[in-house]
Design a protein around this ligand. Structure first.
Ligand code: FAD
Length: 416
């Protein structure tokens, strides 16, 4: 990036915020503009379903960096500014209020939005007691309504839904989780871990409906609030009373700018290992990008903070004229009640799950094996296992499953 050049980053979230500061830390002397449609400084989203929802963290504690850091780094923040279109011929982005900004390099770090439910004849976006969770604004809309004694129905038993279930029960709400698959977290973890987490939630009073299909909402007289959630379940039909509904059924990547600009989109904006789209002046990073993974050997689109940070690192190198593809192994964490879950690798396609430790004592690791090697691991309350598992997953070390299951054998001595 030369001194007279302008980098425009669209999306002032985890990936965009990290990229802007990294560029300066790496000696970039050009103009850096970080434009985001939210009114906030770049912030971390993980606490939204944890400490921030619980009221234990304030808004300012969410910020990735204080305002002074952006000033010190001469990073121009354009907040509350939505980019509507890219004009590739003119090398300009067009903001919704009508202004234009020229770029030499453009980085799309637009993240994603919560997937919504839709039912014929119901405009779910207008319902006052139906929520989704992606932003500070979403949580602030919930805060006044998450009142002790109310019944919250959560549609979707993924990490976000379950973290909200944990926070809501701690706030005194009654909670029912509805999951379409036969078990919660089915997409990301094995049955052993799913049933362990389900049992923890049940112990806190959370009710579950699994293999359940949501058929619609029954509204009250005002037609603005859901009164019951209608579902098919166990061969029959059920209508669950609801004071509040949280829809946690995944994310839709924000790819519209790329599509409109004629760039390839396939479950995310298609980029190469250096975060570049087919247009060498446009990059894409974070939740919105579909990237080649050295870990899977395929393309993946990941939704996690470690991925956003790693992708920002790769893009910063590319913009500084270096080529540093990612060799990182995906990892993720979740917090529910007093449990800290750490996951490394992607378990899709595993052949065998080996557990180590004590499920009853709530400290165990689940290793997912394929062809005698550790593909992925879920670790609960055993940080040392997680450190070792990261190395073993990354190196695909062949292991002896019996030794792996035996706590008396140090993890480092499980290789064959
Ligand atoms: P984002 O952080 O979403 O930032 C994208 C930004 O771009 C947004 O501000 C968006 O409004 C803006 N934008 C979009 N389009 C435009 C436009 N046209 N013009 C201007 N601005 C635009 N990850 C973990 O690793 N661990 C966790 O425990 C965890 N918990 C989570 C809990 C919740 C409730 C949520 C929502 C996410 C969680 N994640 C977690 C995921 C993690 O937060 C995301 O993977 C990460 O934020 C992705 O960063 P990003 O920069 O790609 O996207």
């Amino acid at each position: 990036m030369k001194s007279g050049e302008t980098v425009v980053i669209v999306g002032a979230g985890q990936a965009g915020g990290e990229l802007a500061t990294r560029l300066r830390q790496q000696g970039s002397e050009g103009r850096i503009v970080l434009a985001g449609d939210e009114a906030h400084l770049p912030y971390q989203r993980p606490p939204l379903s944890k400490g921030f929802l619980l009221g234990k963290m304030g808004r300012n504690e969410l910020h990735l960096k204080p305002q002074a850091t952006y000033e010190r780094f001469s990073i121009e923040l354009k907040l509350g500014a939505r980019v509507e279109r890219i004009d590739r011929d003119a090398h300009e982005v067009l903001f919704s209020e009508g202004s234009r900004l020229r770029y030499d390099k453009l980085v799309l770090a637009t993240g994603g939005r919560a997937r919504q439910l839709s039912f014929p004849g119901i405009d779910t976006s207008r319902l006052e007691n139906v929520f989704s969770l992606r932003s500070i604004a979403d949580v602030e809309a919930m805060h006044g309504q998450f009142v002790s004694g109310r019944h919250l129905v959560i549609i979707g038993g993924g990490y976000v839904g379950l973290e909200v279930a944990a926070a809501a029960t701690q706030l005194g709400l009654r909670v029912t989780v509805i999951e379409a698959a036969p078990r919660i977290l089915a997409r990301v973890t094995g049955p052993e871990v799913s049933s362990f987490i389900e049992a923890i939630h049940r112990g806190h009073g959370v009710d579950f409906r699994q293999s359940a299909g949501v058929q619609g909402f029954e509204l009250d007289e005002s037609q603005r609030r859901v009164r019951r959630v209608k579902l098919t379940h166990g061969g029959g039909e059920e209508a669950i009373e609801a004071d509040l509904v949280l829809v946690g059924i995944g994310l839709i990547p924000n790819t519209e700018l790329a599509t409109q600009a004629g760039l390839a989109v396939d479950n995310g904006i298609v980029v190469d290992e250096f975060a570049r789209t087919a247009d060498p002046d446009i990059l894409a990073i974070g939740d919105c990008a579909n990237q080649p993974s050295s870990y899977t050997g395929t393309r993946v689109r990941l939704e996690s903070v470690p991925n956003a940070l790693e992708h920002a690192r790769v893009a910063a190198a590319t913009l500084m004229g270096k080529q540093e593809p990612s060799t990182a192994t995906p990892w993720f964490w979740s917090e529910q009640y007093d449990l800290k879950l750490q996951m490394v690798g992607l378990s899709t396609g595993y052949e065998r799950c080996v557990t180590r430790g004590s499920i009853e004592n709530r400290t165990f690791s689940a290793f997912y094996l394929k062809e005698g090697r550790i593909l992925a691991a879920d670790v609960i309350g055993r940080p040392a296992d997680f450190m070792a598992a990261r190395k073993m997953v990354s190196s695909r070390t062949p292991v002896d499953a019996q030794r792996l299951a035996d706590e008396s054998v140090p993890l480092g001595q499980c290789a064959v």
